[in-house]
Each structure stands twice: as structure tokens, then as C-alpha cells.
Design a protein around this ligand. Sequence first.
Ligand code: ZN
Ligand code: ZN
Length: 314
Amino acid sequence: MAGYGAFSLAVVAASERNPQRSTRQIPLARSAVTGQRIGGALIEVASDIAYRRLGIVNVAFLGTPGAGDRGWVLIDAGLPGSARAIAAAAAHRFGPTARPAAIILTHGHFDHVGALKALAEKWEAPIYAHPLEHPYLVGLRSYPEADPGVGGGLMSALSPLYPRHPIEVTDRLFPLPPDGTIPGAPGWQWLHTPGHTPGHVALWRASDRTLLSGDAIITTRQESAASVTTQTPELHGPPAYFTPDWQAAEHSIRLLAGLRPAHILSGHGRAVSGPALLPALDDLAGLDLQSLFSPVFNPKGLPAFVEDMLQTVT
Ligand SMILES: [Zn+2]
Ligand SMILES: [Zn+2]
């Protein structure tokens, strides 16, 4: 980059930080982060819930250690190229030959289904998703174009590059049971939480008030590469660049806040719990996300993601 360009960017980073255009939502103290690092690159948040972070996204494992063949369930399937890492984590936790009873999808975005086909075939496992998500999983429909203008971060700016074409897992795909149960995961129920995608679901276990929120509520500012890198905890609506229906998204947030969860494990960011969670959830439910995510530009006309980029590389 020419000296002038670099200088301009430095000026932006140093002097033009404007809280008005911040799309940070509800900050959480680091003390809200929960979970214990165990082997297999896993973080355990309950005796029968663990997750693994794969770059920018999480996958969750439901089931007790050593559960054995068909004794556990995988939630979502990470980025393309992560099949081996997911399988290794599963083998570590449940046994070297332990296949899941099912793979459950919160939704079909590329960062949640990247290893799906490979894993479903390897494990001969059924895949369950909400019927409204099926067109994106049977090769029929692409997700709407990403909106790079929202959120003001590098992840948003890059979002037109993210794959949005459908995958094709027709042979193994089933609708989630209409009674709200989750195959292979007794005690859990699924809840339709559209907005981010039409067939997005969250998973809820009332006995310990644990919420697997998918992308309906996330715990980092996913639009920002800096926040994604540091995993700074905050309660946050769905990743903005990929959310076409804000009215539904806000309704889904209110639905999930109304459950009064004690623990949240989301698709992006760290698992969180503790006394700060419910007030923060109420604050999030009160936000007008749609207006927060109008395109943001700094006064010099340079896109806000430049600042984010600088934060990431410095
Ligand atoms: Zn998503
Ligand atoms: Zn996601």
C-alpha cells in the first residue's frame, strides 16, 4: 500500500473511532465465559455438553463421555475442511468408533454445514433440519446475497465472498420432528427461530436452562474480524451480513430471552453463563437491530471495516 493510503488508515484507526457507529451490542464481562478445556480441543460446558471452535464457528457435541456408538448427537458441521477435526473430537469424547445418532442443523449456512456431507457419509448418520431449511440442503435454493455494508467490520466487508449456494444431502436429510423433540437427544427440544435464515432453529433443555442458540443469538461480534479473533464476549444478534429478515430475527431473540436461559452456547463466540446473562439478554431483546445495522461509514468516507482490519492486524 502506498504511504498515503497507510497513513490515512492509521489516522482512521487513531482518531476517528466514533461510538455512534459502533455495532457492538451488549458487552459481557470475561467472567461470563464458561466451560472447561478438556482433551480433543474440546470445551466442556456441562457433563454432557461440549463444543469445539473451528476457526470462526462452533460445533457442539451432546452426550456423556464414552457414550459409544449412536450414543451422542452432533450439532452443526463447521467450515469446509473441518471433517477430520470434528471426527477427532468426537472420537476423543465418545470413543474411537462411536458414530452419532444424528446430526442436527441449526441452519444451513456454509460455516455450519462445511463438513456435513463427509461426516454424514462416514458415520452413516441421519441429518435433521427444519423443513424451511431443506431447500438449501437439497440443492434447490441459494441463500440471499450477503450485505457487506452492515456491521462495519472486516467479516462483513468480506461477506460477498462467502459461499451461499446450496449443498446436497438429500439422501440423509429428514425434517425435525413436529413435536419439538430432537432425535438422539432426550430432554432437548428445538424451537423455530427464523430471521437469520427461514428454517433456523435453537435447541433448549429446560432441566438446566441451557440454550444452544445457533446464530439467532451469538456471543461475539461476528461482523468484526478483531472480535472474532479475540472472541471478546458480548450478546449479539445474528451475524448481520447474512440476516435478511430483521423483524423475524428480533422476534426470535425475544422468544429466546423469554426462556430465561442460565447458559448459552451459540454458533459463534464462547459459551456464557452467570448472573449478568439475563439482564444482558433483556437489553439485547430491547435493541432495534435493524436500525443498528444500517450501512456505516466514517466521516472521511472510508469504510468502517478498515478500522476493524487495522485492529486485527495490529
Ligand atoms: Zn448463519
Ligand atoms: Zn454462523
